[in-house]
Design a protein. Structure first.
Length: 161
């Protein structure tokens, strides 16, 4: 069984995932990192091939990772939005939704202009994405952990396998 972290961009999935993997002696996998290793820059993928192509790549990675055990998986912000990605990952993983407010996300994204879906007015984009995604994250999650105002250590303590 795997531990799968989902949530909005900058919710803390990668940071928490690395710490959880280290503390529990598990292997850490960042789905966006895998995509960058295999296909190059994510923003360039979006621009060249579009979001649908990117999501299809994610679905392939979901099937691949679901076949493994003992992983802590940090998913991209939209990774679990498609059933083709959600079903395989959830079939062999405990899914934790790291929930963060728009204010928290904005603070973490202040200097980050690399995310294709957040170009332009970040507040408006985040509010729209959060309103579109929150129910989906909650639907697939086995547990929800609020990260606002918490340290990495505090959030990690709340995660149960």
């Amino acid at each position: 069984m795997n531990l799968v972290l989902c949530g909005m961009p900058c919710a803390g999935k990668t940071t928490m995932g690395k710490r959880l993997a280290m503390e529990r002696g598990l292997k850490f996998v960042d789905t966006d990192g895998l995509i960058r290793e295999r296909y190059g820059d994510i923003a360039a993928l979006f621009e060249r091939y579009g979001e649908a192509h990117f999501r299809a790549i994610e679905s392939g990675i979901a099937r691949e990772l679901a076949a493994e055990d003992g992983l802590v998986i940090a998913t991209g912000g939209g990774f679990l939005l498609r059933e083709e990605s959600r079903a395989p990952i959830a079939s062999n993983g405990r899914v934790i939704y790291l929930r963060a407010s728009v204010e928290t996300l904005l603070g973490r994204l202040a200097e980050d202009d690399t995310r294709p879906l957040l170009r332009g007015n970040k507040r408006e984009r985040l509010e729209r994405l959060l309103s579109e995604r929150a129910a989906r994250y909650e639907e697939v999650a086995d547990a929800v952990i609020d990260t606002d105002g918490k340290t990495v250590e505090e959030v990690v303590r709340e995660v149960r396998l």
